[in-house]
Design a protein around this ligand. Structure first.
Ligand code: SF4
Length: 604
């Protein structure tokens, strides 16, 4: 059996699914310029065809809206591919002539993305009116074309599980199985940095998924169909047996386009998107464990409180306590976040919280929590981490979403609460100097600077007097680590330029009515000496223009803010990477300490 080539043809799509992780690419001017050119796709097909690959799958975005779609299918056919498939929302297949042309060219594999059996559910999830009707017309056209021309059609479905459709797995089976669909993939929403503020909206606990699968068994039995779970541990579905469940096989190692040596080498940071449970120790499944979103909330709080205690433990009693500062709370519900603040404050005095306002706890809930926590004496400072959108690596189809819009929206909510008399704690806007310089000079993002500062001003403006309380907010700048594996610039030679940048940042802050600080962390043992030296020189030069403030004795890390969590956390890895000792993120290995979540969800 030959290999399977999967080609992500691009980002453009005719739907706007609410959970889609590519939505940010669609707001870029000329987003279609990011789609793979026809020639590049032909080259990949030709290369793969002459290297033993005999199956190809097109995905996207939505490959069927490409004008060259039928041409690419025919090209794959000419190069000996025996199975040619597409992952599709099925809408273009509503056009009979289009479906016939594609199938006659060789298209015989269809992975639909049906998320419900009614427009109320499916069209709402896909943000596309008529999408279900078109997909159903597509299924009918495939069936008719297959029958009329004796062409093969292999059908599967991939349902993204969200709170509003998880219970409808059975209905999706009953809708698609009559057309010959026999494999139903299901996968819950997975969190990442670009959608971390959607976790609460899209999170589905495993036990709801297991219950929905159980409810679908009669339909699977009736049609001889099976469910294939993604990002759901196989052990949770073992009891339904192989007759109904096709376990996910984690042994497939995709070889990505930018990997030179071997499959899986491309790992920026060791991402920690999974955790283990005690049962994993004796399990023979090849499986990464439980998804990080399912990590028990009480355990998140305990881990954080324990990390605070450990951080404070070595201190002498007469050490002047400064408010402990923590971040990495993207996975925390509002209740867990509040409990963390209250418990750490009870032990060590008021705390400071670092956030990009892209949390599971929604911004509206945060705007209510801050004044309440401040009034209760738990919280005396909030560090708002800002990073502007970064399009500099678009040529590599890498887009850093940024969070300035979210910060601004959150600050306005905090301002509204203040106007109703709810005073937030001190607000500090933290930017790394590279991003701050781009906000001053790069027209692609500079338009965000003043609106962000206006929102900060509003959040600290006294509604009665209109007075801005400067002590209640300031701007903080920090020197990020220079990128790994790259030689940092000769900072010694650029000392004057860096100092001048510091002066510009101080002036820009003053114009907006804020003071500015340079935040330093002292510890750089986690980075190699060359980068550490360059950072030290930069900090020294900036420190001549921006009064330095050390956070070395207050910023503590817990599993949620470890560098490996940078796939999700807005608490900047460029800070956390520098600490020598990296504590573990969430338990990668099965230990007794690993949370036992299976009791909630019956295993086996
Ligand atoms: S016990 Fe652990 S390794 Fe085994 S299937 Fe469950 S989560 Fe995966």
């Amino acid at each position: 059996m030959g290999g399977l080539l999967t080609i992500e043809t691009g980002f453009t799509c005719n739907s706007r699914c609410r959970y889609c992780t590519q939505l940010d690419y669609r707001v870029i001017p000329q987003a279609d310029k990011l789609d793979l050119p026809t020639e590049e796709i032909r080259e990949r097909i030709a290369f793969a065809g002459s290297n033993g690959y005999d199956q190809v799958g097109f995905s996207g975005g939505e490959p069927t809206i490409r004008p060259d779609f039928a041409e690419l299918i025919a090209f794959a056919k000419e190069h000996g591919f025996r199975r040619i498939g597409v992952t599709t929302n099925g809408r273009m297949l509503a056009y009979k002539s289009f479906t016939e042309a594609a199938m006659k060219a060789g298209l015989d594999g269809f992975t639909f993305s049906l998320h419900g059996d009614t427009p109320e559910v499916h069209d709402r999830i896909t943000n596309a009116k008529g999408a279900l009707e078109q997909a159903m017309a597509g299924l009918r056209n495939i069936a008719e074309t297959s029958k009329r021309f004796g062409l093969e059609a292999h059908l599967m479905n991939n349902q993204i599980l969200l709170p509003e459709n998880t219970h409808l797995i059975r209905e999706v089976v009953e809708t698609m199985a009559p057309f010959g669909t026999r494999l139903f993939m299901i996968q819950p929403f997975i969190a990442q940095r670009s959608n971390s503020d959607e976790i609460e909206r899209f999170f589905v606990p495993y036990d709801a998924i297991v219950a929905a699968v159980e409810r679908a068994i009669p339909a699977l039995e009736r049609f001889g169909a099976r469910i294939k779970p993604y990002n759901v541990p196989n052990c949770l579905l073992w009891r339904f047996g192989p007759r109904y469940i096709e376990p996910q096989f984690y042994g497939i190692r995709p070889f990505r386009e930018h990997e030179q040596q071997g499959p899986g080498e491309f790992r920026a940071f060791k991402v920690r998107q999974w955790f283990r449970v005690p049962q994993c120790r004796d399990c023979e499944e090849m499986c990464p464990g439980f998804r990080i979103e399912q990590y028990p909330q009480p355990r998140l709080v305990d881990d954080l409180v324990a990390a605070a205690d450990e951080f404070v433990a070595p201190r002498a009693d007469d050490d002047a306590p400064r408010s402990l500062l923590f971040g990495g709370t993207e996975l925390f519900t509002a209740a867990a976040l509040e409990t963390s603040m209250r418990r750490v404050a009870a032990a060590h005095g008021p705390v400071a919280w670092m956030t990009g306002l892209c949390e599971r706890t929604e911004r509206r809930a945060i705007a209510k929590l801050l004044p309440r926590a401040s009034a209760a004496g738990w919280l005396d400072e909030v560090v708002l981490v800002g990073s502007p959108m970064d399009r500099r690596f678009l040529a590599q189809r890498v887009l850093e979403k940024g969070n300035l819009e979210e910060l601004r929206a959150g600050l306005h909510l905090i301002g509204e609460a203040r106007e109703r008399g709810a005073t937030p704690p001190k607000l500090r806007l933290l930017l790394n100097i590279g991003d701050a310089q781009r906000l001053l000079d790069d027209e692609a993002v500079s338009g965000h600077w003043l609106p962000l500062l206006r929102a900060l001003r509003r959040a600290v403006t006294d509604a009665q007097t209109g007075a801005v309380a400067p002590a209640l907010a300031d701007l903080c700048f920090a020197v990020p680590n220079f990128p790994r594996g790259q030689r940092p610039p000769e900072m010694a030679r650029q000392r004057e330029e860096v100092k001048a940048l510091g002066a510009r940042l101080a002036a820009a802050a003053a114009v907006a009515g804020f003071s500015a600080r340079l935040v330093v962390f002292g510890d750089r043992r986690g980075v190699d000496p060359i980068r550490a030296d360059a950072t030290a020189i930069a900090e020294a030069a900036l420190g001549e223009a921006l009064p330095p403030e050390s956070w070395a004795d207050r910023l503590f890390r817990h599993p949620g803010s470890m560098p490996e969590m940078d796939f999700l956390s807005w608490s900047p890895p460029w800070i956390f990477e520098r600490f020598a000792e990296h504590g573990p993120a969430y338990p990668a290995e099965a230990t007794d300490a690993a949370p036992d979540v299976t009791s909630a969800v019956r295993v086996g």
